[in-house]
Design a protein around this ligand. Structure first.
Ligand SMILES: Cc1cc2nc3c(=O)[nH]c(=O)nc-3n(C[C@H](O)[C@H](O)[C@H](O)COP(=O)(O)OP(=O)(O)OC[C@H]3O[C@@H](n4cnc5c(N)ncnc54)[C@H](O)[C@@H]3O)c2cc1C
Length: 470
């Protein structure tokens, strides 16, 4: 319970305008971009928008002393309900912490505050010939703090890895308001446990990230982007699998099925062969143009053996951007195909990718459900989306059965519940199946050590019976 005195105290720390409690503001900060429809909505009691680490720390001290839940929030583009304040309390939104503290060209590292947008980091580095590869499709809006908390992936993960591969160090405010620094600019660092990576992917449950040191690469000199249309989904999946086997390491290899093509064409000028049932957008990059052209040739040859109908090669950076624009606009376009959409984020070992796509198609057939399948196929991360109407109780029942089966098949193939969106609220029921009782117990022990009162993002990652403990 946040008393008027506590609100007043917090306003003195962050300023009158940055601790919001109007009904409209509370509603505005109550949801994210997940497919959850919480009714009634889960409202915070107060929205705090700090500008500095010191402000975050002081507010945390008050929250800790009064056992007030605190849910960190970046841009709320998360897909699993992570920034939804499930137990009320404070939403701590880092959107005003947007300073770039240092772009260290000599060490190829950048230090930023948590509210800096991912796309801004990319653009700033690109101006200096440096490259920050992680590129979630949401990168124009998502914050680096949110990316770190979810260990966000993106299109380029296949060659360059995901967010955790680039986080060198962090500044974190702990549940009780203490501030720690982890890691740093040294490439080698074995000083105690790897606390930096403990906070990466912790979904705001262990601490609030206020600053990050990120590793950069030289910007690749050359790139070629290809769009390939296939007569079958299987042919597209096999092409990706075979090109990886042939030693081609694309920067990105994105798959979309026939439903996705329909969805895109409804939203923007986009032509494709009538017989097309799938499409790949792929990019190869590197230092030598000749090498890239060779890789593109290998891809085209493998595609030809797998029933490719059309190959489009971007002839300029602008054309490449247009092709990637198609992919970035995909998620909302697919969402517009039906009243509701249940979208998952499974990930399997790369060699199992064609098989999981087959199994998902079989599940769709079994339950007569309308599915769209797309994802970062080059790294085995897939977003099957069930297009449905959950107001129909019969559909709601079969959708949940289908989701259960998708997760079961994913785990059987050695895969995981989430490649990049985290567990949040939406996947809690499946956590034990993936990690086992003992695995979940270890997560809880870590949580208890860092947040004994359970005030940081309570109700996330695993289902809690009680409310705040302590
Ligand atoms: C159209 C669309 C496309 C997307 N594509 C991708 C994709 O390709 N790859 C991908 O990985 N994701 C993707 N996402 C999901 C989402 O953008 C990512 O999860 C992103 O990392 C969330 O960042 P955010 O700033 O919006 O965080 P939020 O949604 O605000 O928060 C996400 C989680 O992080 C925690 N958090 C936020 N900031 C902090 C902080 N400073 N310290 C501690 N915890 C914090 C929150 O409590 C919450 O648990 C997509 C989303 C959309 C809407």
């Amino acid at each position: 319970m946040i008393t008027p005195e506590i609100v007043q105290e917090i306003r003195q720390i962050v300023g009158q305008d940055y601790a919001l409690d109007s009904a409209l503001d509370l509603f505005g900060y109550s949801y994210d971009s997940s497919f959850l429809a919480l009714f009634p909505p889960s409202l915070p009691e107060l929205v705090v928008r700090p500008r500095t680490t010191e402000e975050v720390a002081q507010v945390m001290k008050i929250a800790y002393a009064n056992s007030i839940p605190v849910t960190a929030r970046g841009a709320a583009s998360g897909r699993t309900g992570g920034s939804v304040p499930l137990r009320g309390g404070i939403v701590m939104c880092l959107e005003r912490m947007t300073s770039v503290i240092e772009l260290d060209e000599k060490n190829m590292m950048i230090t930023v505050e948590a509210g800096v947008r991912t796309g801004d980091i990319y653009n700033l580095c690109a101006q200096k010939g440096l490259f920050y590869p992680p590129d979630p499709a949401s990168f124009k809006i998502s914050t680096i703090g949110g990316n770190i908390a979810e260990d966000a992936g993106g299109m380029r993960a296949v060659k360059y890895g995901v967010t955790h591969n680039f986080v060198m160090g962090l500044e974190v405010v702990l549940a009780d308001g203490r501030v720690i620094k982890t890691g740093g600019k040294s490439i080698k660092n074995v000083t105690g446990y790897n606390l930096t990576q403990l906070f990466v992917g912790s979904e705001g449950t262990l601490g609030i990230v206020t600053k990050a040191v990120l590793r950069l690469l030289p910007m690749p000199k050359h790139r070629t982007t290809l769009l390939l249309m296939f007569e079958s989904l299987d042919g597209a999946c096999s092409t990706i699998h075979q090109m990886l086997q042939a030693g081609v390491v694309p920067a990105a290899a994105e798959l979309m099925d026939g439903k996705c093509l329909v969805a895109i064409a409804r939203n923007r000028p986009f032509e494709y062969p009538a017989a097309a049932q799938a499409c790949i957008i792929t990019e190869v990059d590197g230092a030598e143009q000749a090498d890239i052209l060779k890789q593109a040739e290998v891809i085209e040859k493998i595609a030809a053996d797998n029933g490719v109908l059309e190959v489009r090669t971007a002839k300029s950076a602008q054309e490449a951007d247009e092709l990637w624009g198609v992919r970035r606009a995909l998620s909302p376009a697919v969402g517009a195909l039906a009243p509701d959409r249940v979208s998952e984020d499974i990930s399997v070992p790369r060699n199992e990718f064609p098989e999981i796509v087959r199994r998902i198609s079989a599940i769709a057939g079994k339950y007569k459900l309308n599915f769209a399948v797309y994802g970062h196929a080059g790294d085995g991360n897939l977003h099957p989306s069930i297009l449905c109407d959950l107001s129909d109780p019969r559909q709601a029942e079969v959708v949940h059965k289908a989701v259960d089966e998708i997760f079961a098949e994913t785990l059987k193939l050695g895969g995981t519940l989430s490649g990049e969106h985290g567990i949040g609220i939406t996947k809690q029921n499946y956590l034990k199946n993936a990690l086992g009782e003992d695995g979940v117990a270890v997560l809880k022990a870590i949580k208890m050590a860092l947040d004994p009162k359970g005030i940081l993002n309570p109700g996330k990652v695993w289902a809690e019976e009680g409310k705040i403990h302590g």
